[in-house]
Design a protein around this ligand. Structure first.
Ligand code: NAD
Length: 311
């Protein structure tokens, strides 16, 4: 079990996850480059450090929740980074929950496995890394109901499980290093393509004279039924309590979807895997962001089709 937990990246997601760790009774040490993000914690008498290395020196496990690969690399390998002390680490476990490309997760995991521990404990011979990106947005982070997709060693996953479950409702082991990141990218890719497909079909249906309400009822009792049609419908007014019913506010921002599709497309190229829909979806979300809709929920792709028709 881990007592001293380090947390780096106190943004929209990270601050809520850190709050749930505090609620669960863990002793936290935190860091963020943004002083305002840290002030909330120093006001609560949580230990704050000016550098990632300061966090590492105080922690048995360190969790990072940062915007993208370059930030994660900076926190690990940059000046006063987690690995500043050469190859000798205090933390036994490093968990990265940021959404990044699997290749970076794998390289980081390999460099951690070349490190040794300052103090060996129990059966723990050397430090280990887990990639553990999450599904569920800010609302799930706050409610402690995230799903963690975990890549790395299974023993480390089992050791980390109760820590993860104090921030989430599920932690699913996905296999070796980088597989958590693979799972996350593939999930979001399938979600983007199905959202675009449902939006396109509902827009065409409306243009051909059938209401989105009726067509959604058909989908939901037929073979087109999916999460984008029955739980997160993109057409305003068809469902209550979803972003499309409130002008596409308060959901999963299109710019985050664009980011995840970029990662999926880059990863596909690296392994020479054909992914035509990924590239199409990536371009559609790039256009949506260019049109100043980047903070709107990704289901606003429906409007991209429907208003496009009237222009
Ligand atoms: P955010 O931008 O709100 O927070 C990131 C935090 O990291 C900021 O506080 C920033 O100051 C800090 N930071 C940046 N560089 C740093 C550095 N070098 N050292 C220390 N701190 C640094 O982002 P977020 O919405 O919390 O997302 C975090 C990650 O979670 C991203 O990878 C995102 O793709 C993923 N994610 C987000 C959501 C969502 O709905 N927001 C859902 C699932 C996954």
């Amino acid at each position: 079990s881990f007592e001293n937990v380090g947390f780096i990246g106190l943004g929209n997601m990270g601050s809520r996850m850190a709050d749930n760790l505090l609620k669960a009774g863990y002793k936290l040490t935190v860091h963020d480059v943004n002083c305002n993000a840290m002030k909330k914690y120093s006001d609560m008498r949580v230990s704050t450090k000016q550098t990632p290395f300061g966090v590492a020196e105080a922690s048995d496990v360190v969790i990072t929740m940062l915007p993208s690969s370059s930030h994660v690399l900076n926190v690990y390998h940059g000046p006063y980074g987690l690995l500043e002390g050469g190859n000798i680490l205090r933390p036994r476990l490093l968990i990265d929950s940021s959404t990044i490309d699997p290749q970076t997760s794998r390289r980081l995991s390999a460099s951690i496995s070349n490190c040794s521990l300052k103090e060996k404990r129990e059966n723990w011979e050397s430090p280990v890394m887990l990639d553990a990106p999450v599904s569920g947005g800010v609302v799930a982070a706050e409610a402690g109901s995230l799903t963690f997709m975990v890549g790395g060693s299974e023993d480390a996953y089992l050791a980390a499980k109760s820590l993860l479950l104090s921030m989430g409702k599920n932690a699913i082991f996905c296999g070796g290093p980088g597989n958590g990141s693979v799972a996350k990218l593939c999930n979001n890719l399938a979600m983007a393509v199905s959202m675009i497909g449902v939006s396109e079909a509902l827009a065409l249906g409306q243009s051909l004279g059938i209401s989105a309400d009726v067509l959604t009822k058909i989908f939901n009792s037929s073979s087109a039924r999916c999460w984008s049609s029955d739980s997160y419908n993109p057409v305003p007014g068809v469902m209550q309590g979803v972003p499309s019913s409130r002008n596409y506010s308060g959901g999963f921002a299109s710019k985050l979807m664009a980011k995840d599709l970029n990662l999926a497309a880059a990863s596909a190229e690296e392994v020479a895997q054909k992914c035509p829909m990924t590239f199409l979806a990536k371009n559609i979300y790039r256009e949506i962001c260019k049109d100043a809709h980047e903070t709107e929920d990704f289901s606003c792709v429906f409007r991209h089709y429907y208003s496009g028709k009237n222009e």
